[in-house]
Write a protein that binds this ligand. Structure first.
Ligand code: ATP
Ligand code: MN
Length: 464
């Protein structure tokens, strides 16, 4: 049996002088004068292609090899030899080339030229065959491993929180409904849809956050985290919002807001360091072709502690700026993305932690501060991205939590299980959510969040 190699391993190991096999897709074919052709093969294992020399002595050279075009799937056997060409150490001298799948060049949409990301979005099923989307895909996969590595190294237990839930964590009503009712013949009661007849006997939806369930597990297991898909039916057609995205949510018992920020900062640094150290080839592509300031920006994340300021100080900074923002700056109003970007891109020129937001703009579960006006919340902002992390110390006091929920119009009976966590063995606890796609945007410099997830779901678009 001829040993099989993935191209990345082959280029690293360079097993010259022996026969080996590779599979992949042809990026280009070039015919030389002396009766042979060069094929550039990529198999997804890395950015670099393998150069294959196809000699006319191959039995199918004239019938098949000369008809090979960009996109064809091939299985190749050959001997790796040192390459005389610049930029590659070895090439493969083919003894056998089998074309497994043709790709008609008259209709195959991915030709050798550079395509725009907008165009590639219209062929989401083919775009992983390009250099940039291939590199994003490898970085995404590697970062997913780094997420689990980070928490396992620290003794956190992963919990799988439900995707179908009945609790709207943010209380914002931006949930997708999950129903099995016949939409053409909805049962009604009092003029409204009767969800009592639906699958779960009540209205259910796709989760907007696993936090509330993670809290239940943190108050039993100590430190837990979730990493799963999250759904928001918000109509934000921006370069930083998806209707379906992946979120990492750690939750820690016996931990206050400062400890929560410490963990989030260490986590962001771990992910950035992972990409710089373990995804060097793909990372270099983005530094060269997508954003030349990227390497410097990432190294600055690792350089020192993230500055921490309160919301009140942030508002004062914005007032001091004298800028004419589209959204007026006012204590009590939420920071808009223009404000967040001004603070971290122009004032601090790097990552920034903002804490202690007004309680009126934050959800019920955040812990009330002694000033009566603010809650123990924190957001982490990154240059070019804005909010990457949103977190808080949770309200562990039953009476105060009940008051907040009532004030926000929530039905206490619905959240009986959540209140139980404060009735029995309540403890200080904190957590946060980090958007996986946003950190991928940050480490790749990709401008649009639709290009860092395989099949993006956004308002008006869920195909492929
Ligand atoms: P934003 O203000 O940016 O809309 P948010 O305050 O609604 O975000 P959280 O509910 O705090 O977000 O969610 C935690 C994290 O999840 C955010 O910090 C962000 O990184 C990520 N995130 C939130 N909404 C989206 C979305 N629609 N698409 C992708 N990532 C998101
Ligand atoms: Mn937030």
């Amino acid at each position: 049996m001829v040993p099989f190699y993935r191209i990345a391993a082959l280029l690293a190991e360079k097993p010259t002088g022996m026969e080996i096999a590779v599979n992949g897709w042809v990026r280009t074919r070039r015919d030389a004068k002396g009766g042979f052709s060069f094929l550039e093969i990529n198999d997804g294992s890395g950015l670099a292609n393998l150069q294959v020399i196809a000699d006319e002595a191959l039995p199918n050279y004239h019938d098949e090899v000369l008809r090979i075009t960009t996109g064809c799937a091939v299985r190749i056997t050959g001997v790796a030899v040192p390459s005389p060409a610049k930029g590659q150490e070895i090439e493969l001298k083919a003894s056998r080339i089998a074309v497994e799948g043709w790709a008609d060049p008259l209709v195959y949409p991915l030709q050798k030229k550079r395509h725009s990301y907008e165009f590639l979005r219209t062929i989401a099923h083919l775009r992983p065959r390009t250099n940039s989307l291939g590199a994003v895909t490898r970085i995404r996969g590697s970062l997913s491993f780094a997420v689990h590595q980070f928490f396992h190294q620290r003794g956190f237990i992963q919990v799988h929180t439900p995707i179908i839930t009945t609790s709207d964590c943010e209380g914002a009503g931006e949930m997708f409904t999950a129903t099995s009712l016949d939409l053409d013949r909805l049962p009604t009661t009092g003029g409204k849809t009767d969800f009592g007849q639906d699958f779960f006997g009540r209205r259910a939806g796709l989760t907007v956050s696993g936090q509330l369930e993670a809290e239940a597990y943190a108050l039993a297991m100590g430190n837990v985290y979730t990493f799963g898909p999250t759904f928001r039916a918000e109509n934000s057609n921006t370069s930083r919002h998806l209707a379906e995205f992946w979120m990492i949510e750690p939750e820690m018992a016996f931990c206050d807001l400062a400890g929560d920020i410490d963990l989030a900062e260490a986590f962001i640094k771990h992910l950035v360091r992972h990409v710089v150290e373990n995804c060097a080839e793909d990372f270099a592509l983005f530094g060269r072709f997508v954003d030349t300031t990227l390497p410097d920006r990432l190294h600055r994340i690792l350089a020192g502690p993230f500055p921490r300021i309160s919301y009140t100080v942030a508002v004062a900074e914005l007032h001091k700026s004298g800028r004419d923002f589209a959204f007026p700056v006012q204590w009590g109003a939420d920071l808009q993305s223009e404000h967040e970007r001004y603070l971290c891109e122009e004032v601090f020129d790097g990552p920034l932690v903002v804490t202690d937001y007004p309680k009126t703009i934050k959800p019920f579960y955040m812990r009330a501060n002694d000033d009566g006006k603010t809650v123990a919340a924190m957001d982490i902002l990154l240059p070019g991205i804005g909010e990457i992390v949103g977190g808080s110390q949770r309200e562990e006091r039953l009476d105060l939590l009940g008051e907040r929920m009532t004030a926000q119009g929530l039905d206490l009976d619905e959240y009986g299980w959540y209140l139980d966590l404060r009735r029995y063995g309540s403890a200080q606890h904190s957590g946060f959510g980090l958007g996986f796609e946003r950190i991928i945007q940050f480490v790749t410099g990709m401008g649009n969040i639709r290009d860092v997830i395989p099949f993006p779901r956004t308002p008006g678009s869920a195909s492929g």
